[in-house]
Design a protein around this ligand. Structure first.
Ligand SMILES: Cc1cc2nc3c(=O)[nH]c(=O)nc-3n(C[C@H](O)[C@H](O)[C@H](O)COP(=O)(O)O)c2cc1C
Length: 664
């Protein structure tokens, strides 16, 4: 048992259950349901986290009413048909010793008509901060109907074997809308005084307890939003929670951050500090007598969690993305192997980034997320026929392929052309605040050392070297390179950028790899809308350069919108004095600077600049694979993965690596 995290691994009682440690896998929409029912994908996803040692899992919320439906993957509301399907989830989790709850949710005015086809319901008809819709001020009858929706959802949970439910009042959801005077201007018994504004949530908790019994856990989730005065501030929130606690209506209260007014803090990326829910949790600790207090939001690691508990700031900690990234986080920490935990990058790229587009969630660093059911969890089955495997290229695809193959017992050699691992992903780790990527590369180095993978550095393999190596299988993960032509998709008639031959034109890779010698005024052309271009521009602006960012998209960081990172990034860039030219492209480069053309009007403007940095789609480095396929003539399988197969973002490279490692 870990001596580094004594408080984290101290059991605690929660309404008659013993939580084996203090680690919660908090509620999040995994969006994996099909036809509104939990699937094998769900069962295996949650089983893996219970197996990995988390004490309590709060699974994906169920909308409590037709007005509460939010995502394509939402579970069915108002249908007892879900019960036997949920039983499979609760059985799988209980089998591995964890307690399991379901969150009950209603977003009130911030609904989504795309999926609900139902008017948004709210206390006083306020607008949605999710889209451009308005809402309907609920009648008494509709309020009663909604209370019943919560109670019936809890009854189904009880029947399906859940240990309890978490009543969602966080992020300015329906219950928070009733609590908050800014969004509740009612003059009936549901508005006005504190008693009236909390009547709905108290009534829901009371009736759930009456229907589900004394040994059923009832939790409450709330959130901290210090940046908007109109939201409940700590003192008011403490008063409300105290009111629920005084009558023992709740067994725990969980504290998140942000909300519909600032979605970016809800699942904070690396642009934010850690432990965002702790400010509120420590205040609530001072007022509650009965309930346990959970701190959530960017706690990430067992060390952070232990620090929160040691400071008396919470009784439990929720680590969501950290356990998406490594489902075995709790056990590894308990066994004193915290260095084996694969760390979350706080990037949101595949968790929120997929949820926000209504796909089931996954993870950049852990491609088994959502595929546990078909890949046998985030674990490896030893091969019956160990092979001699040669992996060429030590970027994310090659690293994951080498690791997965070695975990299965193959004898793996990894050849890397440079003197270090990580490939272009390492360059991303040099962008501001992105050192978690470097931690991940360090993690790979530790894992490959543990698995006795032989690494040949400074080894540029030609086809004949690879053939002479005598492998049973070759994995080609040689990555991709910038085209060097300055071609932009926005100007398809220009196969190369006019004036590129005069120099002072660099790729994002050259900038981040410190190969570029740049003047003070830099134009960055970004056709990706993601971290490659935007993070490079941020680095240049942070270094004091005058940056003009040119993009064909209608906004800078278009692809970062899905990860809830675009606005905070633009804010930082703007604070650093960067200029944005959107719906534009660079049509010529000269000694004076970049000629920027508006895609809207065709007007051309000269932007004086010393250097031009280009972040456009790369070209695959697949020569080795082609030569090998020819030379080996099918005698030895050659697997082409990652950017070498087609230049893409890191998650697909890591996915390719795992997939081939499992298949060898
Ligand atoms: C993909 C995703 C979906 C989420 N959905 C919910 C949700 O349905 N209900 C909720 O209360 N919180 C939701 N959250 C917020 C998490 O519970 C948690 O507060 C947030 O991820 C920050 O904690 P972490 O840093 O440990 O991930 C979601 C987070 C993510 C990443």
């Amino acid at each position: 048992m870990s001596t580094a995290h004594p408080r984290l691994f101290t059991p605690v009682d929660l309404r008659g259950r013993t939580l084996r440690n203090r680690i919660v896998f908090g509620a999040h929409t995994a969006n994996m349901a099909e036809d509104g029912l939990p699937t094998e994908r769900h069962v295996a996803y949650y089983r893996e986290r219970a197996m990995g040692g988390a004490a309590m899992l709060v699974i994906e919320p169920v909308p409590v009413h037709a007005a509460a439906v939010l995502t394509r993957g939402n579970f069915r509301h108002s249908d007892d048909g879900v019960i036997p399907h949920f039983r499979k989830v609760t059985d799988a989790v209980h089998e591995h010793g964890a307690v399991i709850l379901q969150q009950l949710y209603h977003v009130g005015q911030h609904g989504d008509a795309d999926n609900s086809y139902h008017p948004n319901w709210s206390p006083s008809g306020g607008p949605s901060y999710h889209d451009s819709d308005g809402s309907h001020a609920m009648t008494e009858v509709e309020i009663e109907e909604t209370i019943d929706g919560y109670v019936q959802a809890a009854r189904r949970c009880h029947a399906a074997g859940f240990d309890g439910v978490e009543v969602w009042a966080a992020y300015h959801s329906l219950l928070d809308q009733f609590w908050t005077p800014w969004s509740n201007s009612r003059d009936d018994r549901w508005g006005g005084s504190l008693d009236n504004r909390t009547r709905l949530s108290r009534e829901i908790c009371r009736r759930i307890r009456a229907v589900c019994g004394e040994d059923f856990i009832v939790g409450l989730s709330v959130s901290d939003e210090p940046d908007f005065d109109v939201m409940l501030q700590t003192e008011s929130m403490s008063e409300i929670v105290e009111l629920h606690d005084r009558d023992a209506l709740i067994d725990y209260v969980s504290c998140g951050s942000g909300g519909y007014l600032d979605f970016y803090k809800l699942m904070p990326t690396f642009l934010y500090p850690e432990k965002l829910g702790v400010q509120l949790s420590q205040n609530l600790k001072a007022v509650v007598r009965h309930a346990l207090v959970t701190a959530e939001s960017h706690i990430r690691t067992p060390d952070n969690a232990e620090a929160v508990l040691a400071a008396g700031e919470a009784d439990l900690v929720s680590i969501v993305r950290g356990q998406i990234a490594d489902p075995h986080l709790a056990n590894k920490a308990a066994e004193g192997r915290a260095e084996d935990i694969r760390g979350c990058l706080s990037c949101n790229q595949m968790c929120w980034g997929r949820r926000s587009r209504d796909y089931w969630i996954s993870c950049v660093v852990n491609p088994s997320v959502g595929r546990e059911w078909e890949w046998g969890g985030d674990r490896f089955t030893p091969t019956a026929a160990p092979k001699k495997v040669l992996v060429v290229g030590g970027g994310p695809a090659g690293l994951e392929a080498a690791r997965a193959a070695a975990e299965r017992g193959h004898a793996v050699t990894l050849a890397e052309a440079t003197d270090r691992l990580g490939g272009a992903f390492r360059l991303a780790g040099l962008q501001p605040r992105r050192a978690q990527i470097l931690d991940l590369i360090d993690w790979y180095e530790r894992q490959l050392a543990r698995l006795q993978v032989r690494i040949l550095y400074n080894t540029y393999l030609e086809a004949e070297d690879a053939r002479a190596f005598g492998a049973d299988a070759v994995v080609v993960a040689t990555g991709s390179l910038p085209t060097g032509t300055g071609f932009q998709k926005a100007l398809p008639h220009l196969s190369a950028l006019p004036g590129i031959e005069r120099g002072h034109v660099w790729s994002a890779e050259e900038v981040m790899g410190r190969a570029a010698r740049l003047g003070d005024r830099v134009v960055v052309v970004d056709e990706g809308g993601n971290w490659r271009g935007c993070g490079t521009a941020w680095k240049l602006a942070e270094d004091g350069r005058q940056v003009t960012l040119v993009t064909p998209d209608p906004l800078v960081g278009k692809e970062l919108q899905r990860t809830a990172a675009d606005f905070p990034l633009r804010k930082r860039l703007a604070e650093l004095g960067a200029t944005f030219l959107v719906e534009s492209a660079v049509c010529a480069w000269s000694a004076e600077g970049a000629t920027v053309v508006s895609l809207l009007t065709g007007a051309e403007t000269l932007v004086p600049a010393d250097d031009l940095v280009i972040a456009t789609a790369n070209a695959a480095e697949d020569d080795l694979a082609r030569d090998l396929a020819r030379d080996l003539d099918g005698e030895v399988p050659v697997h082409l993965i990652g950017d070498a197969a087609a230049p893409r973002q890191a998650p697909y490279a890591i996915h390719d690596g795992r997939k081939v490692g499992l298949a060898l």
